[in-house]
Design a binder for this molecule. Structure first.
Ligand SMILES: C[S@@+](CC[C@H](N)C(=O)[O-])C[C@H]1O[C@@H](n2cnc3c(N)ncnc32)[C@H](O)[C@@H]1O
Length: 257
């Protein structure tokens, strides 16, 4: 038997979302905006073992109101599995959007580095190479081309989406830790920028006051964005430490203590 949706509104719950969603009534959320596991075992994290399958997205469809929009992040190497599972669950695929960013580290294996290691001549200095990959402007300048002056980069700069230095993280420390007490640090490895998440909350046309569900909320970026844009939210995460960080960022920490 399901629990009334009011019990979930503006709550963050430490639970496997497959269990959490089972308790939710059908047709209850206006949108789902989520950043699920990509199945890459990112940084050795256990929670990133697999992409959510058809059964999960069937349940997501059940709890969504008719016409609700689902936005799910996917990784470049596994997004195809994600999209097929979502479609096989009964959702209609409308589009594929890209969020391009110049930070993070390359997720593919560097074969030349692996060969060197195998031969016992592992390199200690690969930093320069990585920096060049991250910062397209530095590759292009000095070769008669200044990538920073391309029209699309100019537009990105004007809108505040351009990072001058590829080493600047997508979410800075003050943003990821805002509202958190001194002793609590947001160390989630895949925090999403609030500006991006706020944009997505409005893009889905989730009505003001409507409910955004993030079943894999991590450190709560979707939930904070929903709150900042006047929406309600429901968040689930397996890890109590991430739920605590989410609650802190949402200004709900007193409820945890
Ligand atoms: C990619 S991270 C989300 C990060 C988030 N977007 C942020 O900005 O912090 C995915 C999260 O899903 C959680 N997770 C993985 N499997 C889960 C499950 N079955 N139920 C609930 N949470 C799960 C992990 O603990 C992890 O925090």
């Amino acid at each position: 038997m399901s629990i009334a949706i009011e019990k979930f509104i503006n709550g963050v719950f430490t639970v496997d979302c497959r269990e959490g969603m089972k308790n939710m009534p059908e047709n209850s959320v206006d949108s789902i905006i989520t950043d699920p596991p990509y199945g890459l075992e990112f940084m050795g994290r256990d929670w990133d073992r697999g992409v959510p399958g058809v059964g999960f997205w069937v349940e997501a469809l059940r709890v969504s109101k008719p016409g609700a929009i689902l936005l799910a992040f996917g990784g470049t190497r596994t997004y195809h599995r994600l999209v097929c599972a979502i479609e096989d669950a009964g959702w209609e695929i409308r589009d594929c959007m890209m969020w391009l960013y110049g930070t993070g580290f390359p997720k593919s294996h560097d074969i030349s580095k692996a060969i060197d290691k195998e031969l016992g001549v592992a390199r200690t200095q690969v930093r320069h190479e990585a920096k060049v990959i991250r910062n397209p402007k530095s590759i292009l300048s000095g070769h008669g081309v200044d990538g920073g002056d391309r029209p699309w980069m100019r537009e990105a700069k004007e809108k505040g989406f351009y990072e001058k230095d590829g080493n600047v993280p997508a979410t800075d420390q003050s943003e990821r830790n805002s509202n958190l007490p001194e002793e609590l640090k947001n160390d989630h490895p895949t925090v999403k920028p609030l500006m991006l998440m706020e944009y997505l909350c409005t893009l889905t046309r989730t009505p003001t006051g409507g409910i955004v569900l993030d079943p894999f909320c991590g450190s709560g970026s979707t939930l904070v964005a929903a709150q900042n844009t006047g929406r309600s939210f429901v968040g689930f995460d397996l890890a109590p430490e991430y739920v605590k960080i989410s609650k802190g960022r949402l200004g709900q920490l007193k409820e945890v203590a």
